[in-house]
Design a protein around this ligand. Structure first.
Ligand SMILES: [Cu+2]
Length: 273
């Protein structure tokens, strides 16, 4: 019976998987991170779940227990004659050394992740994201003429399956299983290019180019948002990254060259071009 049920459930799962493309986006009532799509995000998630969360829970429970113990054991009725002690060397040494130890336990893996984020491996594809009030512009510097804007789709124009406030008219298209380097800047105010499932969040600062990278194995749509308060429409400049197979990427590049050729010729010249 169990086998039949499992078979049925996996068949249903397979059916849904085959009709709906993989999409990384916020879901209702979610408490945890989005599923990790990159090795960096997998490391961040493990750091959060396996190291930080147990430490936070243990400290919270310990402090709560101390508070309850003090309130019950040392209130005026239970302890009418309070102690006059002002110093206890042993306790002071302990409550200094234990937090230092905990911070070291947290710092080591944290620095390792930051180091991995900062050391960009040899990249096969480079994409430049340029923040504008209030949309993102993209360039593919390795390919002549691929420059386009990515504008949020208004509520009334959403097609079924397109997430509200996240779907954009054009996508950043990148190949799967490939190291992609992102160059991130802005032409007006500070923005930030962020994709939760990639573990990527980098400020877009006028006059400066920030770098980061990602490698995604699973094709699909990955949604993100501007993550630096940048004005009245800060919440309306989302990011869609479409990860496709390497072959599909080559096809897209050829299509995009033709499609965006006119747009890049007529676009105004500004900072970040
Ligand atoms: Cu912004």
């Amino acid at each position: 019976m169990k086998t039949i049920l499992c078979g049925f459930l996996s068949a249903v799962g397979f059916y849904f998987a085959s009709v709906t493309a993989h999409a990384a986006q916020p879901t209702d009532k979610a408490l945890h991170f989005q599923e990790a799509a990159t090795p960096i995000m997998a490391q961040i998630t493990a750091f959060h779940t396996d190291i930080l969360l147990p430490i936070i829970i243990a400290i919270s429970i310990f402090v709560l227990a101390l508070l309850i113990w003090v309130a019950v054991r040392y209130n005026r009725r239970a302890n009418p004659e309070p102690s006059r002690t002002t110093h206890n060397i042993a306790i002071e040494v302990v409550w200094t050394l234990i937090p230092i130890g905990l911070l070291l336990v947290i710092a080591a893996p944290s620095f390792a992740i930051i180091d991995k984020e900062d050391n960009i491996p040899e990249a096969e594809v480079t994409v430049k994201a340029i923040g504008h009030q209030w949309y993102w512009e993209y360039e593919y510097p390795d390919y002549e003429g691929i420059v386009f804007d990515s504008i949020m789709i208004a509520d009334e124009d959403l097609k079924p399956g397109q997430p509200r406030l996240l779907a954009t008219d054009t996508h950043v298209v990148v190949p799967a299983d490939t190291i992609v380097k992102m160059l991130i800047t802005s032409v007006d105010v500070n923005h930030a290019w962020a994709i939760p499932a990639f573990g990527v969040k980098r400020d877009a600062i006028p006059g400066r180019i920030n770098e980061t990278w990602f490698k995604v194995d699973k094709p699909g749509l990955y949604y993100g948002q501007c993550s630096e308060l940048c004005g009245s429409k800060h919440g309306f400049m989302p990011i869609t990254v479409e990860v496709v197979s390497k072959a599909d990427f080559e096809t897209w590049i050829e299509d995009a060259k033709a499609l965006y050729a006119d747009a890049s010729a007529s676009a105004p010249v500004g900072i970040g071009r």
